[in-house]
Design a protein around this ligand. Structure first.
Ligand code: ADP
Ligand code: MG
Length: 857
């Protein structure tokens, strides 16, 4: 039984891998059964479709779902329009039905959501056939039946059904062909479509495996196994080579989304081994989940985090010795249909957590009603956005004393609740959601950072991926190591930029058909040679202050104002005045500016910055849209602004939005374009749409780069539908981040208790991003690049701040010593420009390696 998740089905390479896995299992003499999830993001899009349909605005969402499937069909060379016509029609009819009745019940919801899995498997079966595999498409609903339980509510019956998984001789005899079928969907006794729970395809596959009494279930996903923490957040997370069913179950329930919590039971019942492997790197072995592992003895195996929890704190002195108090309060939870997650009690206080359901936040009205009800027996209050951090393992009680140092990381945080599983496999505490990442990272470093590899704990995620990274993707600096070492020893701490990398990135952006103009966001790196290089490569310059405008004019002789864009925010009328003088294009970001300085704006042309309502990005400080952000004019303010502009003869010739930074989802800019095009109805003169920047680069190993081809597909589709607009972009990080590294020598290495510190000659005074945003920069010992990184250390600078840390729990070779040069990668953007003279220490210098004479080893 092979199960492929939505992120494992998006590209042609994924499908080639899938077909070669099928072939190799067939060759090994197995019969093969394939279960697929919907394409990544499609289940969410179908949810959006339902909401949009209820207000009659489903057409664009439908179009987007169609487009994504047709694009995939194209990529894998199958006839999308023909194969999917019938399913698009079903979706259309369902959406139309919802728009008429303005009502969706759980049964209808399940029908809509099921279409995602159906469509992908229809395409997949034809693809497999084209690869010479005798594949047969099967409707999972024919075989997978939900357990009837009348006590369940309709949404539980239809959206979170439990399925029967008894051995099924009929299914076992069904066919010798390769079967390809859907995860996530099943049917009930009435023949209605039901869902097995959000992200439940793993569970579908486990039920199928049990029915077939399969020899094993392989879950193919986007990470090469189960790790000691979520590797997308903690690249130093270690591979767990083996786990027992109970441990995997506990980990999944505690929030490790790599497995659906209900997928273990059917496997355990039939002793079917489970393997978790990566579609992108099929050569890696992954994790085996089995009945009993070779290792025993108490230990913590992993950390899992669940976000978005609501805590209810109930206090009363009356509780002391009162009979039936807990029964009374839990009864209220049942009545208000809240399922309780964690519980902690003391003599006068009970705290419980409520988990979000299917990733949706707790219903505010229902919560309010619960609190009112509880008030009759105690004082009750709720705390939102908490996170539960769970240590999962075996006999945790007997290792609690070892957790002492790990718990120190909680010093500064408020701990809301501590709970320990009676079964002794999990120890959980609840903290404010915003501290979760930091606490998890620190705990992980303390618990697993120094662990040697053994039968259970394998290499880290980063190490695994570095092993399989092809030479062609090796960063530029691999080719000029000796030159960089010379620079570091000669000049001290230094940012080094590679001109070729910058020019290559500029070339990528210029190849985007739908984009007419690109402005380099000067604030990302304003080293004069870098700015000139990009201007000479044909990009415009985006400036955010008079300082940047003047700098650009001083730097570039005959600077063409038409290639300068000024995008200030919260500035005075004088600055706008300067902007109109020095830049060809000025962006207005509030209505208030027009009221305050009508004379500055009268008779001018501007772009208007709009807040499309939702921000994206790697940290909340860099999400630059949404109600928490200070930028832009919201949809509600547009009509008034258009009127005011009309009155003062101000023409809005373009619209602008910049939703955030470090974004890797290629659809983002297409969505921004659609939002801007819709706002353009207020501004008939608006003909250019500046979609902002925010194009991300992978900051951690193992993260796929932004797929420019797909971004381009979205923009092309937009441009085709809206040829009247010219599309602009204003990237910064994308152009320069990977071109830059920070070099610094080791000053001292120090051990303190459990911790090892590697001190550098510069710290947050040169690179503040880790301290400011918790950003991750890969760190290497450039002097000893060929040696295995086999020790863990905190990489710190000389600044008098506890936060002067460039990397937590990083792996370096054991032999690392004073005077070695460390290289901090992806430091070209927002590095030197955000540096400080704090402690009167000058930040690192800057050097551009020129195009004409690139240093080579
Ligand atoms: P699929 O779409 O293939 O079902 P999921 O997104 O459901 O994939 O699960 C894979 C993701 O699980 C990984 O990308 C990873 O970020 C996350 N994850 C969370 N905790 C862990 C963990 N302990 N080990 C591995 N992956 C984890
Ligand atoms: Mg999954």
């Amino acid at each position: 039984m092979l199960k492929f998740g939505g992120t494992s089905l998006q590209s042609r390479e994924h499908w080639e891998t899938l077909s070669s896995i099928v072939t190799s299992r067939l060759t090994a003499g197995y019969r093969v059964f394939v279960v697929c999830s919907a394409l990544a993001t499609i289940s969410k899009a179908l949810e959006t479709l339902i909401d949009a349909a209820a207000s009659g605005r489903h057409e664009p969402v439908l179009e987007e779902i169609r487009r994504q499937h047709l694009a995939l069909a194209d990529r894998i060379n199958v006839d999308g329009p023909k194969l999917l016509a019938e399913h698009f029609q079903v979706l259309e009819r369902l959406a139309y039905g919802i728009s008429l009745t303005e009502h969706v019940d759980p049964r209808l919801r399940a029908r809509v959501l099921a279409v995602g899995e159906i469509m992908i498997t229809v395409l997949g079966s034809v693809f497999l056939a084209s690869r010479g595999i005798d594949a047969q498409w099967m409707d999972a609903r024919r075989v997978l039946k939900s357990r009837e339980d009348r006590s369940l509510l309709p949404h539980e019956r239809y959206l979170s059904a439990r399925c029967l998984s008894d051995p099924d001789p009929e299914l076992q005899a069904i066919s010798n062909r390769v079967i390809i079928t859907q995860g996530f969907i099943a049917s009930n006794a009435l023949g209605h479509t039901v869902l097995v729970g959000w992200e439940g395809s793993d569970t579908s596959a486990a039920c199928f495996a049990a029915k077939l009494e399969a020899s094993r279930l392989e879950i193919w996903t986007d990470v090469p196994g189960i790790f000691t923490a979520d590797p997308s957040l903690i690249p130093d997370a270690r591979l767990l080579k083996q786990l027992e069913y109970d441990e995997a179950q506990e980990l999944a329930s505690a929030g490790a989304v790599v497995l659906h919590p209900r997928c273990i039971d059917p496997l355990r019942d039939h002793c079917i081994p489970l393997l978790v492997r990566s579609t992108a790197n099929p050569e890696l072995e992954g994790t085996a989940v089995v009945n009993a592992t070779s290792e025993s003895g108490p230990q913590v195996k992993a950390i899992a985090t669940r976000l978005g929890l609501t805590l209810i704190i109930m206090e009363t002195p009356r509780m002391w010795h009162s009979v039936g108090f807990l029964a009374r309060i839990f009864n209220s939870f049942a009545q208000h249909k809240f399922s309780v997650g964690l519980v902690a009690t003391s003599e006068t206080c009970v705290s419980v957590s409520i988990d979000p359901v299917h990733g949706f936040p707790v219903d505010a009205a229902a919560l309010e009603a619960l609190l009112v009800d509880l008030e009759s027996v105690c004082t009750a209050r709720s705390i939102q956005d908490c996170a539960a951090i769970s240590l999962v393992g075996r006999d945790i009680r007997s290792v609690l004393h070892e957790l002492g140092p790990a718990m120190e990381v909680l010093d500064e945080q408020k701990l809301y609740l501590v709970s320990q599983a009676a079964s002794d496999v999990n120890f959980t505490f609840v903290v404010d959601g915003k501290h979760a990442g930091r606490v998890t990272q620190k705990l992980h470093g303390i618990l697993f950072g120094q662990r040697a590899q053994d039968g259970q704990f394998g290499p880290s995620y980063r190490e695994l991926l570095e092993e399989v990274t092809p030479e062609s993707r090796a960063p530029w600096w691999h080719g000029c190591r000796a030159a960089l070492l010379r620079i570091a020893h000669r000049s001290g701490p230094c940012f080094v930029y590679d001109a070729q990398t910058i020019v290559d990135r500029a070339g990528h952006l210029k190849s985007l058909q739908a984009v007419s103009r690109c402005f380099y966001s000067v604030k990302a790196c304003s080293h004069p040679e870098v700015v000139s290089l990009l201007y000479n490569a044909g990009l415009g310059l985006e400036c955010v202050s008079p300082g940047e405008l003047n700098f650009a004019h001083d730097l570039i002789e005959d600077l063409d104002p038409d290639r300068v864009l000024f995008t200030p925010n919260f500035v005075t009328g004088d600055e706008y005045e300067t902007g109109f003088r020095l830049a060809g294009h000025v962006t207005l970001d509030s209505l208030r500016a027009l009221e305050l300085w009508p004379d500055v704006f009268a008779g001018r042309e501007v772009l208007l910055r709009i807040d499309p309502g939702q921000g994206y990005g790697h940290h909340k400080h860099v999400r630059t849209a949404g109600k928490q952000s200070k930028f832009g004019v919201s949809a509600g303010g547009l009509a008034r602004l258009a009127e005011l502009a009309g009155n003062m003869d101000l023409r809005v010739t373009g619209l602008h939005a910049h939703v955030g930074s470090g974004i890797l989802t290629p659809e983002t800019w297409g969505e921004t374009a659609i939002a801007l095009a819709s706002a353009a109805r207020f501004f008939p003169d608006a003909h250019h749409l500046n979609l902002g920047g925010g194009l991300g680069v992978p900051e951690r190993p193992g993260i796929s780069p932004l797929d420019l081809d797909r971004m381009s597909e979205y923009l092309d589709a937009f441009q085709k539908a809206h040829p009247q607009f010219e599309v602009w972009l204003e990237p910064g990080r994308y152009l320069v981040a990977e071109s830059g590294v920070l070099l610094a020598r080791v000053t001292q290495i120090k051990r303190k208790g459990e911790m090892r510190y590697v001190g550098l000659e510069t710290g947050i005074n040169s690179l503040i991003r880790p301290a400011l945003y918790g950003s991750y920069h890969p760190i290497y010992n450039l002097t000893r690049l060929d040696e295995t990184p086999d020790m863990t250390a905190e990489i710190v600078g000389p600044i008098c701040e506890t936060g002067d840390i460039l990397g937590h729990a990083r792996r370096l070779p054991h032999s690392t010593t004073e005077q070695d040069v460390l290289l901090i990668a992806t430091a070209g953007a927002y590095g030197r420009v955000m540096s400080l003279n704090y402690n009167m220490r000058s930040p690192a210098a800057e050097i551009l390696l020129s195009l004409s004479e690139p240093p080579q080893d």
